[in-house]
Ligand binder design. Sequence first.
Ligand SMILES: COCc1ccccc1-c1cc(O)c2[nH]cnc(=O)c2c1
Ligand SMILES: [Mg+2]
Length: 213
Amino acid sequence: MADSKEQRTLDYVLQNAVRGDPQSVLDFIDKFSENEWAMHVGNVKGPIVEKVVTETDPSTCLELGTYCGYSAIRISRLLKPGTRFLTIESCPANAAIAQQMIDFAGMQDKVKILQGSSQEIIPRLKADHQVETLDFVFIDHWSECYTPDTKLLEECGLLRKGSVLLADNVVYPGAPDFLEYVRTSGRYDCTNFPTHLQYSKKEDALEKAVYRG
Ligand SMILES: COCc1ccccc1-c1cc(O)c2[nH]cnc(=O)c2c1
Ligand SMILES: [Mg+2]
């Protein structure tokens, strides 16, 4: 079967990056993506994500949208020992690529990929994955799922006062209903981070929404 862009990216990393070195894996994914654009959060938005994570100092993290594992590697390498990073990926092929990328980066002990639908997995996080509440959620799957999944996190009692949501692509491709919800529901304190789309000059932004509890 003809390989995919994601498989070509993994092969490039396995052949060039340093096993066990997360930064090396990120650098080679970025290098590959300059030639073959791909939707990793990238090296412009990535540092903004890292700054929010560092400020939050989370123990339990959830990511919606693993893709190839780039942001899982970027974030999990900052987490202190004993913390957990759960990441949901709907596409089985991407989940398989991401697992190999995360393993090669040496982040396999911190990161757990849950392959399936976020709408099905979120309600099972407490029962199946011993989650009490989430300290940090990186939302980076499909913009039309941002709002229903945010509401589901609330309904499942997974957010507590101070839980931090950080959403990618709120300008491009755009998540207008999500921005409307978090900014007007009265349940969040929001901050917008204007930036640029990965590997592009197009404008984008991240939105941070802190749950008021
Ligand atoms: C498949 O569209 C790719 C694309 C094309 C043009 C512009 C932006 C994007 C884009 C960028 C991202 O960071 C993304 N992050 C998560 N889920 C996405 O679907 C996504 C899409
Ligand atoms: Mg994105």
